[in-house]
Design a protein around this ligand. Structure first.
Ligand code: UT7
Length: 312
């Protein structure tokens, strides 16, 4: 039995950091950031606000939408590279905040692909019958993991969380998650990392190049595996780090930019949060019609990349 999304939620902290704010902090300009990345502003968590807080807000919204009680959740899988602490898992802290007493809760570490990997894991549980209600969360608080004097990285990231509640799909409708395809290449670990006790270290140009290559390959693999023509894709919900990366990928795959759900301009690179946040925004805006095809794409540190295809 396939899994499908029955509820979605997202959350961003209140504090807005604009490009003008950054001009006052490092040697940058609104023009450079807009032209090279497409980011206009991003959010930064308040002091004391942690990844588990963002995640719990998003998860509550997903549960409310679905009308499912926290105590009925069987599984919480949370993608993050900015956990509250090394252990216990941030998912366990979210479980306690929600009061999801029966759930098994654990984290996955797959950086910007975190929510996609979490989705593929939760999908296995739901498909096998091991879980009925599974919460998939992507949450990152990267403003705490960047060096605010390094203009190469501090302008790029924002804090956010997104959550999807999965449940078994009704058999006869052909809806739900059709596929996930995920890959890793640890030989590329050095191009993007957060060394122990340190801040984000990135070879921007190399990450850019690898991101375009892997995202295009991921899109093509997803279409091929499902026997889909690109015209059949109604929405692309992707991780988003740079508008130029997205444009290059959409062009090479042969999809118009209008099909890509953009949050980058408003929230920056939100790492694991982006895909569930996009789905939630589109869902709440009434922009996802039953039967429409959603292509999910992500690539990030690891390197980890891949796709998911969902019939809404
Ligand atoms: O989630 C996945 C993680 N991240 C990504 O996918 C990011 C992928 N990479 C990128 O998005 C781009 O490589 C960046 C946005 C990070 C950088 O853009 P770029 O066009 O590749 O710029 P660059 O690194 O080649 O730097 C060009 C110039 C350099 O100056 P010089 O050496 O030519 O004098 C940089 O020092 O731009 C300078 N620069 C800046 N200038 C103003 C770098 N950052 C800034 C900045 N403001 N914030």
């Amino acid at each position: 039995m396939r899994s499908c999304v029955i509820g979605s939620g997202s959350y961003v902290p209140e504090r807005v950091v604009t490009n003008a704010d950054l001009e006052r902090m490092v040697g940058t300009s609104d023009a450079w950031i807009m032209e090279r990345t497409g980011i206009r502003e991003r959010r930064a968590a308040a002091e004391g606000e942690r990844t588990s807080d963002l995640a719990a807000h998003a998860a509550r919204r997903a549960l409310e939408m679905a009308g499912v009680r926290p105590e009925d959740v069987d599984l919480i899988v949370l993608g993050t590279v900015t956990p509250d602490q090394p252990t216990p898992a941030t998912a366990a802290l979210v479980q306690a905040k929600l009061g999801a007493r029966r759930a098994l809760a654990f984290d996955v570490s797959a950086a910007c692909a975190g929510a996609l990997v979490a989705l593929s894991v939760a999908d296995q549980y739901v498909r096998s019958g091991a879980a009925r209600y599974a919460l998939v969360i992507g949450a990152d608080l990267l403003t705490r993991a960047v060096d605010w004097t390094d203009r190469n990285t501090c302008v790029l990231f924002g804090d956010a969380a997104g959550a999807l509640l999965l449940a078994p799909a009704a058999d006869d409708e052909g809806r739900g998650l059709l596929s996930t395809h995920l890959h890793s290449d640890g030989a590329l670990a050095g191009i993007l990392s957060i060394p122990h006790g340190d801040t984000v270290k990135m070879n921007g140009r190399e990450v850019f190049r690898v991101a375009v290559r892997t995202l295009v390959a991921a899109a093509q693999e997803a279409l091929h595996a499902n026997g889909l023509a690109r015209e059949q894709v109604d929405h692309v919900m992707g991780h988003q780090a740079n508008l130029r990366i997205i444009e290059a990928v959409m062009e090479r795959v042969g999809l118009p930019m209008e099909r890509f759900w953009l949050t980058l301009d408003r929230y920056g690179n939100t790492s694991a949060a982006a895909i569930p946040m996009c789905i939630d925004e589109a869902n709440r805006a009434g922009r996802l019609a039953p039967g429409e095809l959603v292509l999910m794409l992500a690539a990030g540190a690891g390197f980890v990349w891949g796709s998911g295809v969902m019939r809404w």
